[in-house]
Design a protein around this ligand. Structure first.
Ligand SMILES: Cc1cc2nc3c(=O)[nH]c(=O)nc-3n(C[C@H](O)[C@H](O)[C@H](O)COP(=O)(O)OP(=O)(O)OC[C@H]3O[C@@H](n4cnc5c(N)ncnc54)[C@H](O)[C@@H]3O)c2cc1C
Length: 371
């Protein structure tokens, strides 16, 4: 990391402390980041950081700091908008699509969501049901329902996976495409899906009932969803991993501070060897995962991020976040188990991280296959 990156970290940390932290509780309660929040993030240039090349190091710094705010739902909302959904436009959008959507995404005026999962198509997308029927003029009519869409409650458009052709059994993704679907089109309906955690992420089911989508809203060439997903999912898992590492850092800071302040009898909790050893163990693990995260970020800077690296990072960071949150909560005793405590939020949020963006079993399968 250069001197410039380190200064950028200071800048991001104070920007997030001024903008996100004072509003985080109200965004969590409202279930989404509000419009003013998106615009303020855009004004600060935080929705416009590089996805590739050497500039990605700034993104890595931002994602780590965003994770360190301790609000997984909010970090997911911002991560999906500025990275995961936006990446499809950056990677596969044509000039017209990029000109139409990216300025609004970067400024926070147009909120993005990624709508892939369905009730019967999650880890395995072969049962994908959403379909885009081709009309005589080349436009589409989209039918189907997507589930668990982060920013679903507030998105202005959805980057959506849909079948665009008749596929033989088991080959559905080679006859599917990614479409940009504006939320204001007729036939788009959102249904809240209240979750255990990730409360600021606006998770919704999004129903498309004969939504008319212009032909020029297809991303890339028709029936290319499989190769597009493979590339974009690597990036998504890198981003998820970097966010998770920041979140674990926050969790560990909370734990250390609590162990110093809380007294068992007449001595601070941190005087107990068992507690010190637990914290040290978590710290070691975080050091290793943090180094791996920096390695993955550098690979992305060099244009060399591969599926295995992205999968290992996502798997290990998400699972370790659960363990760290569990230890943090139990060390806090009953005060940590209170419904509205910061550590109970970390705990319920951490479980969602293991599911979203690829469940652990799927990632292990992939890692095994990649050897
Ligand atoms: C907090 C959160 C945010 C999300 N945000 C979005 C979003 O913005 N956009 C979007 O499109 N989707 C989103 N999702 C959906 C997410 O991508 C899916 O939940 C995920 O892909 C898993 O799919 P599923 O829930 O249908 O579980 P399933 O695929 O049905 O899996 C259920 C369980 O089966 C087991 N399993 C699955 N695969 C295997 C395997 N290969 N081997 C062995 N066991 C296996 C696992 O234990 C798994 O947990 C989100 C989910 C969550 C929880």
């Amino acid at each position: 990391m250069t001197e410039d990156d380190l200064q950028f970290r200071e800048h991001v940390r104070s920007a997030l402390a001024g903008l996100v932290l004072p509003r985080a509780e109200s965004w969590e309660a409202a279930g989404e980041v509000d419009r003013q929040g998106w615009l303020a993030l855009g004004d600060l240039g935080l929705l416009d950081l590089a996805h590739a090349g050497p500039g990605f190091m700034r993104s890595a710094v931002f994602l780590d700091e965003l994770g360190r705010t301790g609000y997984t739902g909010i970090r997911a909302a911002i991560g999906v908008h500025a990275y995961m959904a936006r990446s499809y436009l950056e990677l596969f959008g044509n000039e017209e699509q990029q000109a139409a959507y990216l300025p609004g995404v970067r400024s926070g005026q147009r909120i993005a969501a990624l709508a892939i999962t369905e009730e019967n198509a999650g880890s395995d997308l072969r049962n994908l049901a959403t379909r885009a029927e081709v009309c005589a003029d080349g436009s589409y009519l989209v039918f189907g329902t997507k589930s668990y869409v982060a920013n679903g409650s507030c998105a202005d458009f959805f980057v959506t996976l849909a079948k665009t052709g008749q596929a033989p059994a088991g080959k559905v993704l080679s006859h599917a495409s990614m479409l940009l679907i504006d939320a204001g089109l007729p036939g788009v309906t959102r249904h809240e899906q209240p979750m255990l955690g990730w409360r600021g992420a606006g998770l919704c089911a999004v129903e498309f009932t004969g939504v008319p989508v212009h032909a020029n809203r297809l991303l890339g060439r028709p029936n290319r969803a499989l190769s597009q997903l493979m590339k974009a999912l690597d990036f998504e898992r890198l981003v998820a991993g970097l966010l998770a590492v920041g979140g674990i850092g926050y969790c560990l800071e909370l734990l250390r501070a609590f162990a110093r302040e809380h007294r068992i009898g007449d001595s601070p909790m941190s005087a107990r060897q068992a507690v010190r050893q637990q914290i040290a163990e978590l710290d070691c693990e975080l050091e290793l995962i943090g180094q791996y995260a920096r390695h993955a970020a550098r690979q992305q800077c060099l244009g060399q991020l591969d599926t295995k690296t992205a999968s290992v990072l996502k798997l290990k960071s998400a699972e370790f976040a659960v363990l760290a949150a569990q230890r943090c909560l139990t060390c806090h005793g009953a005060r940590g188990y209170q419904r509205d405590s910061a550590v109970s939020r970390l705990y319920r949020d951490a479980i969602g991280g293991v599911i979203a963006g690829g469940v652990s079993e799927l990632l292990r399968d992939m890692i095994y296959e990649l050897g």
